[in-house]
Write a protein that binds this ligand. Structure first.
Ligand SMILES: C[S@@+](CC[C@H](N)C(=O)[O-])C[C@H]1O[C@@H](n2cnc3c(N)ncnc32)[C@H](O)[C@@H]1O
Length: 348
């Protein structure tokens, strides 16, 4: 290993001294700053050793623990230097769920799956590496994951002060919905009763319950695997007094006109659940209606869904936001819609 001369800088004033040495250009930026007995060992470039010594610092000599300033992508590429066939097709982006890495692999990478899993785990410091093979599918939005490296597929994603624990091979997590999860946290739901009809592991339920002032949140989830994580996440986020998890189909929720706010965080078949939402919402309550639409016609489609369900004039669209792009020319939208007391279903 390369040897360097370092200046011993007292730890209690290290920040200021290191800044001075750095600003003067005396520090060897390819070697790491170390720690010994109340001192920081700052590597000094050979040509400045005398000057730094003259500044009154005690000097020493040691191994240069060199800094690898290459990006993770560069380090990964270097590990595949013997595989020119993989140049340009290795994933240069990935998703992290705690210490689990999720990749999307070009089919040409498949013969090297095992090696790719190991290298990405080592370079990125992950316990497990998975390949997302087909996105999510079915009523429960189950992911299709292949484990490339490691065995433990459960982890915790920390986001906006919330702990989302889940198994990446069993339950989806839409990283593109981060802004919407944040928006749910910012709602003023003081004293409200909220129903999350599609709670999953608590994507919207948890930030809303923790920060919005809601009195209680009924979180309904049909998939027993997601429900188990929902229950655990409610406990781990300290929300057992506010959130009531409900296992089952939201269409079987009992009661009428008791919810101040209803979350419909599901896309593509959301309109099939409007009857339930209108049954449980109280007059004047707000529905957060999610769905996917062609970008060119989303406003007309939202109006037509609510016209059909509530009758014209039975609702007021408060806002519509694009959550994320879903497919070419198609986006996922969320409409905040107030249901007027006059709406058609209030007579049911
Ligand atoms: C995965 S979430 C959708 C995305 C989520 N809102 C987000 O922000 O990532 C949808 C959840 O609704 C659940 N679900 C689907 N149909 C349901 C129903 N009829 N009643 C209750 N839950 C349902 C699915 O099992 C799934 O966990």
């Amino acid at each position: 290993m390369r040897r360097v001369i370092f200046a011993k800088v007292p730890a209690d004033a290290a920040g200021q001294h290191i800044r001075t040495l750095m600003d003067a250009g005396y520090v060897d930026r390819h070697a790491k700053i170390g720690k010994v007995d109340g001192f920081r060992t700052v590597p000094i470039l050979p040509e400045h050793i005398d000057t730094v010594g003259a500044m009154g610092f005690e000097m020493g000599e040691g191994d240069a623990h060199t800094l690898d300033r290459r990006s993770p992508q560069e380090r990964i590429a270097a590990r595949f230097a013997d595989h020119p066939d993989l140049v340009g097709i290795l994933p240069d982006r990935w998703e992290s769920v705690g210490d689990i890495i999720i990749l999307r692999l070009d089919p040409r990478c498949l013969p090297y799956s095992e090696l790719i899993g190991r290298v990405y785990a080592e370079v990125l410091g992950a316990k497990t590496v998975c390949a997302d093979t087909k996105g999510v599918s079915g009523e429960f939005r189950r992911p299709s994951m292949r484990v490339l490296y490691g065995t433990d597929t459960e982890s915790v994603r920390l986001e906006n002060g919330i702990r989302y624990g889940f198994d990446v091979t069993k339950v989806m997590f839409a990283s593109g919905n981060t802004d919407e999860r944040m928006r749910m946290r910012m709602q003023d739901c003081s004293g409200e009763t909220v129903v999350d009809m599609f709670a999953g592991i608590g994507y919207f339920t948890l930030p809303l319950a923790k920060y919005s002032g809601a009195r209680r949140v009924f979180a309904c989830e049909k998939n027993p695997e997601s429900y188990a994580f929902l229950v655990r996440n409610i406990r781990d986020n300290g929300l057992t007094d506010t959130v009531i998890p409900v296992l089952g189909d939201n269409r079987h929720l009992r009661g009428r006109a008791f919810a101040d706010r209803v979350l419909m965080g599901y896309v593509q078949t959301t309109s099939e659940f409007m009857d339930t939402a209108l049954r449980i919402i109280r007059p004047g309550g707000v529905i957060h209606y999610h769905d996917t639409f062609y970008v060119s016609e989303y406003m007309d489609r939202i109006r037509s869904i609510f016209d059909d369900a509530c009758g014209e004039g039975g609702y007021e669209i408060l806002s519509v936001r694009e959550v994320k792009s879903f497919a070419p020319s198609v986006s996922h939208y969320v409409a905040d819609v107030r249901i007027r007391p006059s709406h058609r279903n209030s007579m049911l």
